[in-house]
Design a protein around this ligand. Structure first.
Ligand SMILES: *[C@@H]1O[C@H](CO)[C@@H](O)[C@H](O)[C@H]1NC(C)=O
Ligand SMILES: *[C@@H]1O[C@H](CO)[C@@H](O)[C@H](O)[C@H]1NC(C)=O
Ligand SMILES: *[C@@H]1O[C@H](CO)[C@@H](O)[C@H](O)[C@H]1NC(C)=O
Ligand SMILES: *[C@@H]1O[C@H](CO)[C@@H](O)[C@H](O)[C@H]1NC(C)=O
Ligand SMILES: *[C@@H]1O[C@H](CO)[C@@H](O)[C@H](O)[C@H]1NC(C)=O
Ligand SMILES: *[C@@H]1O[C@H](CO)[C@@H](O)[C@H](O)[C@H]1NC(C)=O
Ligand SMILES: *[C@@H]1O[C@H](CO)[C@@H](O)[C@H](O)[C@H]1NC(C)=O
Ligand SMILES: *[C@@H]1O[C@H](CO)[C@@H](O)[C@H](O)[C@H]1NC(C)=O
Ligand SMILES: *[C@@H]1O[C@H](CO)[C@@H](O)[C@H](O)[C@H]1NC(C)=O
Ligand SMILES: *[C@@H]1O[C@H](CO)[C@@H](O)[C@H](O)[C@H]1NC(C)=O
Ligand SMILES: CC(=O)N[C@H]1CO[C@H](CO)[C@@H](O)[C@@H]1O
Length: 840
């Protein structure tokens, strides 16, 4: 990159206009002293003895929640009907584990929990979770001891945390939400704890490695615990393939600064993730939020002192957030003039009747320049004024209005200039740059992506809570084997073909070996039992030819329209399958979001059954090497073809960087060609996704249009550039692969985080694209040059990237091989961040 290539035409800094306080404006206030270091309290309580049954009988949910003569609770907390999850025959089994009598499904009642609102059920529930030598203290990770812990309706009294082990789902009855109730004597970090703290800040699991969990369908109630004691409903310290859904958090209601210590979600660390459909009532803080990256949608806060306290992050998106009658809607002030948070996006949200709106400390004086980046996109403030302000009450944006688009942070607007280069007259891309804190014009968004009210379409994970159990057809009852060794291809095909329009194909837990392409019919719904594994057999000749790649799962045929839904599935290869496209999606929906996949993942290598493990794929950075042919995984994880259209939510395409099951848990070299390729003509919505460690790219959008993505996350392959991105896959023009033809430095031959080629109307609301290594050496983090380039736009326009956060990539964005966004101008707390990059 030469200076002439990088043209920062306009370096302006917007002067903030300060409005004086209106008569009757609120007094100065101190942000309540909230810090994660209250953990000290928890540590002191690790040995709190079990406290007996001497508590009063609490009223049942019905009497407590609903106003006397109404039955609102029935609507709000479920239909009251029966729930298929509690009724379906449980025959799931572990294909690649060591314990043949292992029990996957546990009903807490079978372990002695009473749910009677009187008995302390803590020990019984913890027994239900821990049964069977599971992955707890001292276990790094494991995929072979998963568990579903089911809670029937009832009120479960709890005195100390219910510990959720690795690879566990806590599921309540979706039609009659069970209540988890803190006893007055409750002590501990949360009613549910996902990562137990040990002395000196150590935890059971590594927070960024805390994968595969769900908690859904609960009321959590800590109103009986003293308000002045630090109590949380959930300690949610998790990473990818995790979700919270359909939970009501009930906390003591108070007023701002009254000393309450109650919190709904306490999220101190991690690398997630998605949460949706949550309601927070009361409390000091609804959501104490800290994680590398997260997608949060459909959250309602009522009467919280602070609805959202952002403790730290790299990039977060909050969409469909409803904050009502709270003290502070969003507190983004942590760190003061050195903001502790990277970037936050708030989209399609409504703030009503709040004492304070959003409090930020990003200002002319704050450093680093991008810390505290904030984007508001279609946020309506009613009886909330100002909308955005400093802690000292100085107004940044007045409230009581709908804000179409507000940006604070660095803004890049790219365009083309006429140039004479060596006598040639040409157009060259360049970009205007400024650090702003202001309302700006909102770009047009194509109608295909929008609901009738102008918000971006979204859809929660279906729970099929109204579908009778008889409509779920079991793959095992149908005859499929799922033992991980028997060829189930024909059975899975026949099974899917047999499913009627009112039925749901239920895949019992197991591993289904697939040796040839499965054609997914146009109207089938596939529901997994705690992520059943579809193992694509690398020994099948169908998937071995890298020059003639074939799909393992083909959804519809080009031009087809239908209603396919996939929920809670995992796709892997068993051995090297370099000619395998794990999934090809051709289908469009009959209506917007009628086709989709939720909590559905690709896990390539690094776990039992994959035959791509640390016993022979361990990293080898000490000698120059190529790719071990026995460690080459697949051609492409997900291909959305030109006619494909769907919604994706909580999808993780992980080419394992380390071993999950073998005891060494060593870092491993697995070679997978490509992550996600989107060629759709739209619309496609991608919420809460992550594609990591593929070789050529993690995300590529080619020949496409009308694509919305909200928090995309990627990591460059750790072994690169030993070998580099051109090993072992040869760029294939049929798939519009990058050729790396423009590279002339070694660190340019690295996985693209995001490549956009020949595409238009592409919207990314939050991206965390990271490069952490050079041949497993992290020295390049000190010099921030692990990688030359992270995002490449080629022959594309109408591209809008909000809160684009990259790590250690010298050029954040290039347009047609011209660097337009250097990372040096965009320093943040850890990443480098651009609040908005637009190439209209
Ligand atoms: C992985 O599979 C092997 C057999 O292939 C088994 O011996 C081992 O116990 C399994 N590991 C785990 C963690 O289940
Ligand atoms: C096997 O699983 C059963 C049932 O979950 C459990 O009781 C038993 O302790 C496990 N055995 C071993 C050796 O882990
Ligand atoms: C928990 O499990 C242990 C061992 O199986 C048993 O002795 C104990 O009674 C159980 N406790 C409860 C409360 O179920
Ligand atoms: C909480 O409040 C109770 C009663 O008002 C008081 O006795 C107790 O000391 C307080 N605890 C803390 C930690 O402030
Ligand atoms: C939002 O969540 C609530 C439950 O908290 C649910 O009833 C509602 O359907 C969800 N709305 C959307 C648009 O997902
Ligand atoms: C904002 O919300 C208020 C109150 O719900 C509503 O009356 C108003 O129409 C909304 N404004 C816009 C522009 O959507
Ligand atoms: C309020 O805080 C902002 C940001 O730190 C600062 O620029 C401004 O001068 C302060 N205003 C007053 C009145 O103190
Ligand atoms: C870029 O900045 C220049 C100089 O201020 C201005 O003339 C031009 O209109 C700007 N272009 C865009 C696309 O913002
Ligand atoms: C490649 O894999 C083979 C087969 O497992 C193994 O024998 C060999 O040691 C591996 N080579 C390297 C360089 O790791
Ligand atoms: C660009 O994409 C369009 C479809 O949107 C396609 O028709 C055209 O062939 C593509 N051009 C190139 C150079 O691939
Ligand atoms: C291990 C780790 O990442 N700890 C962090 C957890 O979160 C707190 C609060 O932000 C940090 O201070 C710790 O460093």
């Amino acid at each position: 990159m030469t200076p002439s290539q990088m043209r920062i035409v306009c370096l302006t800094f917007l002067l903030l206009s300060f409005f004086s306080l209106l008569p009757g404006a609120k007094a100065d206030f101190q942000v309540p002293g909230l810090s994660p270091y209250e953990l000290k309290v928890e540590l002191g309580n690790l040995d709190t003895p079990h406290i007996g049954l001497q508590v009063e009988k609490f009223q049942a949910l019905d009497e407590r929640e609903a106003p006397p003569e109404t039955h609102q609770h029935e609507k709000r907390y479920g239909s009251g009907g029966s729930y298929w999850v509690s009724q379906i025959k449980r025959q799931g089994k572990i294909a690649y584990g060591a314990n043949s009598s292992y029990i996957l499904w546990r009903n807490v009642r079978d372990y002695g929990a009473m749910g009677d609102g009187v008995t302390d059920d803590t020990y019984a529930i913890n027994n239900a979770t821990a049964d069977g030598s599971r992955c707890g203290l001292g276990c790094d990770s494991s995929t072979t001891v998963p568990a579903i812990v089911y809670f029937p309706p009832g009120t479960y009294m709890v005195s100390t945390p219910l510990v959720q082990y690795y690879y566990t789902q806590f599921i309540g009855d979706a039609n009659n939400l069970p209540v988890i109730m803190a006893m007055p004597s409750f002590r501990g970090i949360g009613l549910f704890d996902t990562d137990v703290y040990l002395p000196y800040g150590a935890t059971w699991y590594t927070n960024q490695n805390n994968f595969y969990r769900q908690i859904r369908n609960f009321v959590m109630d800590i109103t009986q615990a003293p308000a002045n004691q630090s109590t949380h409903c959930i300690h949610w310290q998790v990473a990818q393939a995790t979700s919270l859904q359909n939970i009501v958090f009930n906390m003591v209601q108070g007023t701002l600064g009254d000393g309450s210590q109650q919190q709904g979600i306490f999220m101190d660390n991690g690398s997630g993730g998605l949460l949706e459909d949550l309601i927070f009532n009361g409390g000091a803080v609804g959501f104490f939020s800290g994680n590398q990256q997260f997608t949060c949608r459909n959250l309602t806060f009522n009467g919280c002192q602070t609805a959202i306290y952002q403790n730290w992050d790299w990039v977060f998106t909050y969409k469909e957030i409803y904050i009502n009658d709270c003290g502070i809607a969003m507190d983004l002030s942590t760190g003061g003039d050195f903001p502790a948070l990277g970037s936050v996006i708030v989209q399609d949200s409504v703030f009503t009747n709040n004492q304070y709106g959003i409090i930020t400390t990003f200002s002319t004086n704050s450093t680093p320049v991008s810390a505290g980046t904030l984007v508001l996109d279609n946020v309506n403030f009613t009886n909330t004024n100002p909308a955005v302000q400093f802690p000292n009450n100085t107004v940044i944006v007045p409230g009581n209005q709908r804000i179409a688009s507000f940006v604070q942070g660095t803004a890049y607007s790219a365009y083309e200039v006429e140039q004479d280069i060596n006598g040639l007259h040409c157009w060259e891309p360049t970009a205007n740059y400024s650090r702003i804190q202001q309302v700006i014009d909102r770009p047009d968004i194509p109608a295909s992506l929008l609901t009738p009210t102008g918000t971006i379409w979204s859809r929660s994970r279906p729970q099929y809570e109204g579908v009778p159990v008889a409509s779920f057809i079991s793959s095992y009852d149908f005859g499929c084997v799922g033992d991980g060794l028997t060829d189930d291809t024909q059975c899975v095909q026949d099974f899917l073909d047999s499913i009627g329009t009112e039925e749901i194909a239920y895949f019992d837990h197991g591993a289904y070996l697939i040796t040839d392409t499965i054609q997914v019919p146009n109207n089938v719904k596939m529901q997994g039992e705690i992520w059943p594994l579809f193992m694509i057999d690398g020994s099948s000749s169908v998937f071995s030819d890298v020059n003639n790649p074939q799909p393992a799962f083909r959804v519809g045929n080009p031009g087809d329209v239908g209603t396919v839904e996939m929920v809670e599935l995992v796709f892997e290869t068993r051995g090297p399958a370099p000619g395998c496209i794990m999934m090809e999606w051709n289908l469009a929906g009959t209506t917007p979001t009628a086709t989709g996949m939720w909590d559905t993942h690709w896990r390539i290598g690094g776990s039992n059954g994959t035959l791509l493990q640390s016993d022979h794929c361990t990293k080898n950075p000490n000698i120059a090497h190529g790719a071990n042919a026995t460690c080459i995984a697949a051609f492409l994880l997900l291909h959305i073809t030109p006619t494909g259209s769907l919604i994706m939510s909580n999808n993780w395409g992980w080419v394992s960087d380390h071993e999950l099951d073998l005891v060494d848990h060593s870092q491993i070299d697995i070679y997978n060609g490509r992550g996600i390729l989107i060629e759709s003509q739209g619309p496609v919505w991608v919420y809460g996704s992550s594609f990591e460690h593929s070789v050529l790219y993690n995300y590529q959008i080619a020949n496409a249009k009308e694509i919305y993505m909200s928090i995309i996350q990627s990591e460059t392959a750790y072994m690169q550039n030993n070998p580099n991105s051109l090993t072992p896959f040869t760029p294939n023009s049929v798939y519009s692969d990058p050729t790396f033809g423009e590279c002339y430095t070694a660190n340019c031959y690295k996985t693209f985080g995001l490549r956009i080629f020949n595409s238009t109307y592409i919207y990314s609301y939050g991206a965390g694209l990271y490069s952490f290594f050079n041949n497993y050496d992290q020295g390049c983090l000190l010099t921030e040059d692990c990688q030359q380039l992270m995002v490449s736009l080629e022959q594309s326009e109408a591209v809008y990237l909000y809160a684009l956060s990259t790590k250690a990539a010298l050029n954040m964005v290039e347009i047609d091989d011209v660097a337009v966004v250097p990372q040096v101008a965009n320093g943040n707390i850890f990443c480098q961040t651009v609040a908005i990059f637009e190439y209209p």
